[in-house]
Write a protein that binds this ligand. Structure first.
Ligand code: HPA
Length: 274
């Protein structure tokens, strides 16, 4: 289904009624096991997705399904606690709906975080990665269908989806904090099954360093409507076939829990410098 401009505006209006004169600047989409940052927002105004017209619920484990507005490290943030995934049955348009609504509300920056499989065999599970670019070429675009020119052009440039200035800011911040930060390409796969070892070999040949089931659709939409984007990945597990062990969701959630301090420390420090 194509959403109309009126639907995006209706969602934004309903949220604005709850926000008073608060105008968010930085939208944050937090991945598996990372949603706790939303609980650390000061003076929070939390709105359930259920209470926003045209929003869909999020069903994935570790995803709460609400928007939290408030202040974090001195920034006016809008935190999506829980994102939608294509594998849950949502279209890419549904998956990225909230990004456009947050743009209408005033956000000009998007921070995306996720947990992903590590494809690069020189790295290890538990490492953090700055996303420098993404590959999502084997599935539909969230921009498919009628273009809404109030958001952006029909054929948007995607040369710098992940904003170079924010990449540099993250590099500097990680160095200051003494947090090692890998850099690489996020390769999107639909899921929900983890990849096969042969698929991971293909991903590596094609230039992917990390593989995951989220993020790329939202980032395409953010780029289309002119938002700056910072992407940070927790490499929660070695991708399929690298180690002689099966992949499991528990492993991903455990890794997210173990990296909690390091990851939230980096995200918070980046916010402070934005
Ligand atoms: N593959 C895809 N998505 C993921 C993985 C993985 O290995 N780990 C966490 N999300």
């Amino acid at each position: 289904m194509d959403y109309t401009m009126e639907q995006y505006r209706a969602s934004a209006r309903a949220i604005r009624e709850r926000l008073g004169d608060f105008v968010p600047k930085v939208a944050m989409v937090l991945g598996s096991g990372l949603g706790y940052l939303g609980d650390e927002v000061e003076n929070p105004i939390a709105i359930d997705y259920r209470d926003i017209p045209h929003f869909k619920a999020s069903t994935a484990p570790g995803h709460k399904g609400r928007l939290v507005f408030g202040t974090l490290e001195g920034q006016r943030v809008a935190v999506m606690q829980g994102r939608m995934h294509h594998y849950e049955g949502y279209s890419y348009e549904e998956v990225s709906y909230a990004v456009r609504v947050l743009r209408l509300l005033g956000c000009d920056t998007l921070i995306v975080t996720n947990a992903a499989g590590c494809v690069n065999t020189g790295w290890k599970a538990g490492d953090l990665m700055l996303i420098t670019d993404q590959i999502k070429m084997f599935s539909q675009s969230p921009l498919r269908g009628e273009n809404l020119p109030d958001f952006g052009v029909r054929f948007p440039d995607a040369s710098h989806l992940y904003t170079p200035r924010l990449q540099e800011l993250a590099r500097e911040t990680a160095a200051e904090q003494g947090i090692p930060l890998r850099e690489g390409v996020y390769f999107y796969c639909y899921g929900p099954q983890y990849e096969t070892p042969a698929e991971i070999r293909a991903v590596r040949l094609l230039g992917g360093d990390a593989v995951g089931m989220s993020t790329a659709p939202e980032v395409i939409v953010a780029g289309h409507c002119g938002m700056e984007v910072l992407g940070l990945t927790l490499l929660s597990n070695m991708a399929a076939g690298i180690l002689d062990q099966p992949l499991s969701e528990q492993e991903v959630l455990d890794a997210a829990a173990a990296a909690r301090e390091k990851f939230s420390g980096l995200v918070r420090a980046c916010l402070r410098k934005m």
